[in-house]
Design a protein around this ligand. Sequence first.
Ligand SMILES: N[C@@H](CCC(=O)N[C@@H](CS)C(=O)NCC(=O)O)C(=O)O
Length: 199
Amino acid sequence: MGMIFYDMELSPNAKRARIGVAETGAPFEKRQVNLLAGEQKTEAYRRIHPLGRVPALDDDGVVVWESGAILLYVAEKFPQARLVPRTLADRGHVYQWLTFGETNIHAYMGPMGFQMLRKAPDKRDQSILERGRKRMPEVLAVLDRQLEGRDYLVGDFSIADCACAPWLEVAPSLEIDLTPYANVSGWLARMQARPSWSA
Ligand SMILES: N[C@@H](CCC(=O)N[C@@H](CS)C(=O)NCC(=O)O)C(=O)O
């Protein structure tokens, strides 16, 4: 059966995991889950992901969901892809940025994306949008400092980059300006140039 990746083309969370899966070079089948039609909430799909979300990975019956967990899973399953560094110190830093992608980037941008993309303008919760726009400059400044003199977050490309970059691609549509963060913009362009970005 191989790997089946439950996906949604436009979802930054799905993209975080999809990049890592694609970087392994192993074949995988993408199955689109139509979030706008509510397919994620069907009984059948909840047997894959009990919360009814994307992404999820089914690797020959081993089902893993949460994009960070999928990234860690494929990094361990395909060591030849070198998705995590060799030294424990560097791996510690990769795990730090992997978690940062969830607890800082997705934590603000995920709820903003939901308001902007899924709700009519007059139904949007402005407090969620304001909170994100207030907090993201600090998050971006931290990323920008980390990327000073580095091509990727922990030196070589790793799952940390997969976890952090996809949400930033949609920053302009959430009225978050990336132009003050030149290192972040350069790194995002490097990520977008990798074949896995459009896998
Ligand atoms: N922390 C989860 C977040 C997953 C998530 O929120 N996915 C969104 C798409 S970006 C989703 O499936 N939403 C559908 C819904 O909640 O109905 C991860 O990183 O996998």
